[in-house]
Design a protein around this ligand. Structure first.
Ligand SMILES: C[S@@+](CC[C@H](N)C(=O)[O-])C[C@H]1O[C@@H](n2cnc3c(N)ncnc32)[C@H](O)[C@@H]1O
Length: 396
């Protein structure tokens, strides 16, 4: 049976605003091996565990479903991983590419869930703070690009100006890191990889990062950190902090892990632009005038902040989740006296290293938010490869 038929029966198309954890559990169940199928059945679907089991070996790993979506589950996986704060699945793409099987995913934004399901045939569970760690299947690697609002410069200044606290004192966002700690403690994956904005390192004079490293150390993992730039893989300057950890009970702190050496790079934005672009992406006269006036005002005050017109032979600035507002950080000059234009959602996908067959089923506004929040996928794959190799080498 095709997955597209199953999703029709589950009425997923019309569940847009109603992706409950039960329907998430059903999609997870369908992709699971026999062991995890029992797990999802027991935790979410049929608590009495009266699931009919099929002994035929053909059914042991996979249910006979044809996944007619771009990124189906890996069939003979080398390891299992989970995808927390999954967004649209940048980590999942990378770790599936490395022959891993995703056994649990969580993301609470309904538009991101829609993009995720369209590509992976699985609906993420919702709010991670409400998920009991016992209901997460066993896995080898935990992945998570946890929300960065409380740590990013923009987030901090905005919250300060609103008279609110930030970082760990921000109840709503800052504590999400501790949900990762809670899951590590209970599930003991062999390794993890976390990603955040570079500013996390210096936030609150380094205290926030010290607390994070301290908490990961306390829970029994040895930590490796580095700030890496996506520009070696895509034409975008995007520096992020990566924290990789290995369970000290298994590796005794002797794991042979290092971050990958960066390739040559040399990517330029001119190479990823679409040939024909809808005129709706061209800035209106009003917005273009506003951006120019704003830049001039700030220049007069000695601030360098303004719009960023790209040089076709160079890399762009970092795309952010606010790109949908005015696109000002990355504008494409146009010929024939036209105002500059924004990137199209497909160009944003390319800027983050997403494959061409990645489906974008949401509005432009949502797509800009989703790609702006995402990761440089090939960079995750390069780091992930070293994490996986370190882990698998240890087994033999
Ligand atoms: C920085 S983004 C991660 C993006 C992801 N790495 C990707 O490749 O698309 C953080 C994500 O965490 C999600 N999120 C925030 N709080 C959450 C919560 N309590 N439970 C589940 N997801 C949450 C946000 O909706 C957002 O998509």
């Amino acid at each position: 049976m095709n997955y597209s038929e199953i999703r029709k029966h589950l009425n997923i198309e019309n569940k847009n605003s109603d992706y409950t954890d039960t329907v998430a559990a059903v999609t997870h169940f369908l992709q699971s091996d026999i062991q995890d199928r029992r797990h999802y059945s027991k935790a979410y679907i049929m608590p009495e565990d009266n699931l009919i089991t099929v002994n035929d070996t053909e059914f042991q790993y996979e249910l006979p479903i044809k996944y007619d979506i771009p990124f189906p589950p890996v069939t003979n996986p080398k390891f299992k991983f989970i995808d927390l704060f999954a967004g649209i699945g940048g980590f999942r793409l990378a770790f599936q590419e490395l022959e891993g099987k995703c056994v649990f995913t969580s993301e609470w934004n309904k538009f991101s869930k829609k993009t995720y399901e369209a590509n992976f045939g699985e609906i993420p569970f919702g709010d991670i703070t409400k998920i009991n760690a016992e209901n997460i299947p066993d896995h080898d690697i935990l992945c998570g690009g946890f929300p960065c609002q409380p740590f990013s410069i923009a987030g901090v200044s905005k919250k300060n100006s609103l008279g609110r606290s930030h970082g760990f004192l921000d109840e709503a966002q800052g504590t999400l890191f501790f949900d990762i700690v809670r899951i590590l403690k209970k599930k003991r994956p062999k390794a993890f990889i976390l990603e955040n904005v570079k500013n996390l390192v210096s936030h609150d004079k380094g205290n926030t990062f010290r607390v994070i490293k301290g908490a990961l150390d306390e829970v029994g993992y040895s930590i490796h950190c580095d700030v890496l730039d996506g520009k070696y893989f895509v034409p975008q300057h995007r520096e992020r902090i990566f924290i990789v950890g290995f369970d000290r009970e298994i590796f005794k702190g002797k794991e042979d892990f290092s971050f990958p050496t960066m390739p040559m790079g040399g990517h330029v934005i001119g190479d990823i632009l679409e040939k024909e672009v809808n005129p709706k992406y061209t800035l209106s006269d009003k917005l273009w005038q506003y951006l120019q006036d704003y830049a001039a005002k700030h220049k007069a005050k000695g601030n360098g902040f303004g719009y960023g017109l790209v040089d076709f032979n160079n890399i762009t600035r970092t795309i952010s989740a606010r790109y949908y507002k005015d696109g000002s950080e990355i504008l494409i000059p146009q010929e024939g006296g036209l105002n500059p234009r924004r990137l199209t959602p497909r160009e944003c996908a390319r800027l983050q290293g997403y494959p061409e067959n990645f489906i974008i089923p949401v509005s432009d506004t949502q797509a800009y938010r989703q790609f702006g929040n995402s990761v440089v996928m090939p960079l995750i794959e390069a780091i992930g490869e070293n994490v996986v190799n370190t882990m698998l080498k240890w087994k033999v």
